[in-house]
Design a protein around this ligand. Sequence first.
Ligand SMILES: [Zn+2]
Length: 193
Amino acid sequence: MVGAERKMDNKKALIGEYLGTIEEFMPGEGTYAEDGRIYSSTFGDVGIDRENHVVSVGKKCLPTLEIGSVVFGEVLDIKKNAVVIIVRKIQGFEGEIDVKTGLFVSNIADSYVERPEDMFAIGDIVKGVIIKMEGNLIDISTKGPYGVVKAFCRRCRYAMILSDKSPDVLLCPCCGDKEKRKVAEDYGQVKEL
Ligand SMILES: [Zn+2]
């Protein structure tokens, strides 16, 4: 079954094309079931939501970004008033993407942040939400529960852990360095990465 799923990824389905059985999947958007078999009702990319075992056809089922998407990405660059984050994954989707997004200083935290470099370091893994899409410009926010889910020590690159003293201070178990970040609610608990 894993083999069959893999083969269907990135595949385009024709109308009426057989996709699988109802034992394997729930029929999702762009599909219909007949006699226990699922067929495509439209032409488009086949998408499989492995978490919920849903097969669907059409643009919505492949990992595509939209406003409200919760995403994971890596900090590529830190500028004076924004952080450049390369989004690699969309929560709930298996596939990897590679999309450049911007996190403006005003969207980092609920409280005022003066300098983005005080809250992020290059290479940090960030969980955020897409708040704006205009052409190629995509804005992400890390307000509220979002923020860094995995950080690496600026001195020795070791993976940092939460300190019990302050929610926004991380501790390096290797060299003892303490560093500030905009830490996500689920720091260190994200299995998808
Ligand atoms: Zn260290």
